[in-house]
Design a protein around this ligand. Structure first.
Ligand SMILES: [Zn+2]
Length: 211
């Protein structure tokens, strides 16, 4: 099973990905992680990605998809994979479909985690992270001390309410067309209500997949 996860920033997609992976018995593949690993590992595509980053450019979709394709050939993904962060735009959805076809595979389902924008603003503006080890906290003040390493808690610039609203607007503009694209191509698309406890949301997501 190849499952694509979507979600507004702050919808809890990163929390759900490993839980769904455990329930479904397939690994997750986070695009950002495999990209960083390829850059560190100095693979051919990794070096091309690194050159783009050093020029301050976005890494083109073709390079990212190539890196994801290399990773998907590993045996641990034979049964399936949960793709997190692989698709944000229609060209990326098209590129992923073509790449998977080349591997003799296809997307089986798309899950979109949905939540009210103001709820996200509330959640994220309550979030602080440790400036040393990046552990996230909620309900703590800037300047409090990290339980794990003693570092100071800071607010990420991205979590400022105005910055969050800008990101949400960009997400909505890009994502609605992507979900339409998947529906038109006959893929199973499910919108999951992401308000509630972690368990509630996981149950809904599995229910949407018929599990
Ligand atoms: Zn820390």
């Amino acid at each position: 099973m190849i499952l694509v996860l979507f979600g507004k920033p702050g919808a809890g997609k990163g929390t759900q990905a490993p839980l769904l992976a455990e329930s479904l018995g397939v690994p997750t593949l986070a695009t950002g992680d495999v990209l960083r690993a390829a850059v560190r590992g100095g693979t051919k595509l990794g070096l091309e990605a690194k050159a783009c980053m050093e020029r301050g450019e976005l890494v083109p979709d073709s390079i990212i998809l190539g890196i994801v394709a290399e990773e998907l050939k590993q045996p641990q993904y034979a049964k399936g994979v949960i793709l997190d962060g692989a698709v944000r735009t229609v060209p990326q959805a098209e590129g992923l479909a073509t790449m998977l076809e080349g591997l003799g595979r296809k997307v089986d389902a798309v899950l979109a985690f949905d939540i009210d924008n103001e709820e996200i603003v509330r959640r994220l503006s309550d979030r602080t992270v440790c400036e040393k080890c990046q552990t996230p906290y909620s309900g703590r003040k800037v300047g409090d001390i990290c339980d794990k390493c003693g570092g100071a808690l800071v607010r990420r610039k991205d979590d400022d309410p105005e910055a969050i609203r800008t990101r949400l607007k960009a997400y909505e503009e890009q994502t609605a067309p992507v979900l339409d694209w998947y529906m038109k191509h006959g893929d199973q698309v499910a919108v999951v209500d992401a308000v509630g406890t972690i368990d509630d949301v996981k149950r809904r997501a599995l229910g949407a997949l018929g599990k």
